[in-house]
Design a protein around this ligand. Structure first.
Ligand code: NAD
Length: 276
């Protein structure tokens, strides 16, 4: 495997296993710089959202990139205040305009807004039928949310993007998703930095001669989880991409799996405050 390795999704589309997350990149130049650095290093996936207010910068960086648009995999998401069938279609149009693109690779329901998320996904399905997106998906969906979506859709979501890091390894949700051919992407794959000082992780990093971030990203990849670490620092963007030259043993994988304590650093899909 290498930085351009992909996972084949349920419809045969290939999604890069490692991409750049761009949440909280609000400074224009910094965002352009981070995306350009990543693409030049070989990243082929960028994860944004309407909420991040940087779709225009993502589009601009990609237009000026050293590789063609078709070689890149762009994800964006419909924000909570825009959910429901018609609103989602409108929100998608706005995102597409801001990105200045003809299509998006992956479009996600950002959070399962109660009473709306099933209709939001119906709109995403329609965008898929109209070939405006290459892959339909969701984010922050627990199994019970997925069950509701699956019960009413024609085309099942092909990706579920959830918080996933060594302290929250989502083993049960991953098993459910695997059964239904739904690929899992880890958001906050590094636990927003909180897991990097964990004693087990730092010891393993020293043993393998790599960094804690590299250990965690490699653990995700060996668990067949897609990752989108965020950084604006060129040396970290590079470091996070260098996870293909070593392999964790089964014993090391089990050791990291055992760190799970169901601890979230972000919000929970069941108690998220949707009204802002
Ligand atoms: P992350 O786990 O990627 O951590 C990012 C932070 O870790 C950075 O701010 C940086 O300070 C630090 N970091 C990054 N690389 C490092 C390294 N090599 N060494 C030391 N520190 C390092 O957290 P995130 O940004 O919350 O998540 C990644 C991406 O996931 C986001 O940018 C976004 O695209 C996506 N996301 C999605 C949702 C969702 O609801 N779908 C929610 C949050 C984030």
């Amino acid at each position: 495997m290498n930085l351009q390795s992909t996972k084949k999704l349920a419809n045969g589309i290939l999604m890069p296993r490692l991409g750049l997350g761009v949440y909280k990149m609000t400074d224009r130049d910094e965002t352009l710089q981070a995306i350009t650095t990543a693409i030049d290093l070989g990243y082929r996936a960028i994860d944004t959202a309407a909420l991040y207010y940087n779709e225009e910068e993502v589009g601009e960086a990609i237009r000026n990139a050293s590789v063609k648009r078709e070689e890149l995999f762009v994800t964006t998401k419909v924000w909570n205040s825009d959910q429901g069938y018609d609103n989602t279609l409108r929100a998608f149009e706005t995102s597409l305009k801001k990105l200045d693109m003809d299509y998006v690779d992956l479009y996600l329901t950002h959070w399962p807004v109660e009473g709306k998320f099933v209709d939001t996904y119906r709109a995403i399905e329609r965008l898929y039928e109209e070939k405006l997106i290459r892959v339909p998906g969701v984010s922050n969906h627990h199994e019970h949310h997925l069950q509701q979506v699956l019960a009413s859709c024609n085309v099942a979501p092909m990706v579920n993007q959830v918080e996933l890091q060594p302290y929250l390894n989502q083993a049960e949700l991953r098993a459910f998703c695997q059964e239904h051919q739904i690929a899992v992407t880890a958001w906050s794959p590094l636990g927003r930095g909180h897991v990097l000082n964990d004693e087990t992780i730092t010891r393993i990093a020293a043993d393998y001669g790599v960094t804690p971030a590299q250990v965690i990203l490699r653990w995700h990849i060996q668990n067949d989880v897609l990752v989108i670490p965020k950084s604006v620092t060129p040396s970290r963007i590079k470091e996070n991409s260098e996870v293909f030259h070593f392999e964790l043993t089964e014993a090391t994988m089990q050791e990291i799996n055992a760190l799970n304590r169901n601890e979230r650093f972000g919000q929970s899909p069941d108690s998220f405050k949707f009204d802002f």
